[in-house]
Design a protein. Structure first.
Length: 175
């Protein structure tokens, strides 16, 4: 009887059977959260590129479009190019559920116009506040959401689609 109690052959197998599934789930979680963070970085970079491209006013006397429309189309093109460069599908992006609200530089409230900017929220010219009590400057805002789906079996996150949001603000450059 004493020998049976002190026998440990097979204890390693039982311990491994208990620990390995948990360790596998932790590794899967690290991988999928890393993927989500990578997508967040890519869409943040895309929003920044779009805002930067929309902040510059190119002088084109024969373009036939006003300056604001040109800024917005530059921003949309830059966002799409940045998403493609990051190997993300630009058609999956959409307007944010709650777009940021700003005061317009000339009065009023700018809104996200899907007809002008597609699935991205491009707002310009918006009033950016530098600090409390200081006068602000005019800028451009680019916001978007991108879907991500986790694959973590046996958890509440399995096959859950989440929308990762990002936005960027840049001062408008005048010529």
């Amino acid at each position: 009887m004493k020998r049976l109690i002190s026998e440990t052959r097979g204890a390693e197998i039982a311990e491994a059977a208990a620990v390995l599934p948990l360790m596998f789930m932790v590794l899967l979680g690290i991988f999928w959260f890393g993927q989500a963070f990578s997508i967040y970085g890519a869409i943040t970079r895309a929003a920044q590129e779009g805002a930067r491209a929309g902040s510059y006013a190119s002088s084109c006397a024969t373009c036939g479009t006003d300056l604001l429309t040109q800024r917005k189309s530059n921003a949309v093109a830059a966002v799409q190019n940045a998403l493609v460069a990051s190997k993300l599908n630009p058609t999956l992006a959409r307007l944010p559920a709650t777009p940021p609200t700003f005061l317009q530089c000339q009065g009023g409230t700018p809104s996200c116009d899907p007809a002008a900017s597609g699935q991205y929220c491009v707002q310009a010219p918006v009033h950016l506040t530098v600090s409390a009590g200081a006068t602000g400057v005019c800028g451009i805002s680019v916001s978007l959401q991108y879907p991500f789906q986790f694959w973590l079996p046996f958890t509440s996150l399995n096959q859950q689609r989440i929308w990762i949001s990002s936005s960027a603000l840049v001062w408008l450059e005048e010529q």
